[in-house]
Design a protein around this ligand. Sequence first.
Ligand code: PLP
Length: 390
Amino acid sequence: MNTRQLFQQYLAQTSPAPIGLEIISASGNYLTAADGRQYLDLIGGISVCNTGHCHPSVVAAIKKQAETYLHVMVYGELVQSPQVAYAQLLASYLPAHLDCVYFTNSGAEATEGAIKLARRLTGRTEIIACNNSYHGATLGALSVMGDEYWRNAFRPLLPGVWHYDYNSSELIDAINQNTACVIIETVQAEAGVIEPQQQWLQQLRNRCTETGTLLIFDEIQCGFGRTGKLWGFEHYNITPDVLMLGKALGGGMPLGAFIASHSQMQSFTANPVLGHITTFGGHPVSCAAGMASMQVLLEEHMVEAVQAKERLFRELLVHPSIKAVRSKGLLIAVKLESPDEVLHTLTHCLEKGLFSDWFLFAANCIRIAPPLTITEAEIKTACDIILSSL
Ligand code: PLP
């Protein structure tokens, strides 16, 4: 059996027809396959590789930490300097009240932790989330995810979760003294890139404050410069009570986080003690990698260049088959006539050396979420390939 057949045989599969391209290396904005072909990567591991694949500073930080210590103890017992340094760096770039970080292994675990924190702090159990939102695949995260097709086979899920349309007044009206938290993506990603309306977000903030409801922003996909600002919420001048991060947070290593105020996070220390625990969350190698990646993002001014790159994509992506382009920075959805047309176009793109994907709740859209390091010349190449594949 070749490696592809072994992959089908021994690894749990999540789709009947995986892309199944064998990758032997990845560097910068390119993936290299087993047959030696290079692919320009338009999705960066689904919004993970914001500073490109294997940035030398990230690799150096991983090597250094791997030679120093790996796992030593469950989260929160021993002082591990990579965790401390990264938490401090994150806090220094966040509003003053978001000063305490709980590191997890993944985005879904950040969602689980944030939900527990909201329940613990408010003593309430009801949660409001949005249709077409994605917050992870574990049972709690699945309960707040906003699409019945993906939820249904796994019911019963968490009780007391209500879904409303993003940007809808019904969502605001539904928040009351029983609502523990409202959890939204600051910019909806898997819905095919949907932005919040400024006024709606302000009303949401106000209503949560009035009712003592925690406002949770999921920036797992739209954080770390993807939208053209370091944090998506900076576009709207609205701050959450709890911020969830993941994906690019680890610089290519597994890492998630939920961030709140120091006093709020204290609630995990008593009644019960060890209110939230994890063996590997905040692994020192992941924290070292993530911190190196964030430093590169800041030092190389990658975020500042995002909006010009977004504009170039939008200028070039004009074609009768393109029905709409929705974007916030380098999170771009290119809407075609149908999901079939998207699959057909993606197949042609792959044949021509361009790797892309679709969106979970917008299968009629091509996903463009490349490393933020993508160059002008690469954007032109990518758009040429997309247009010629339509
Ligand atoms: N939240 C958002 C907005 C996401 O896009 C994702 C993953 O795609 C998650 C949460 C879940 O993250 P993970 O896959 O690391 O569990």
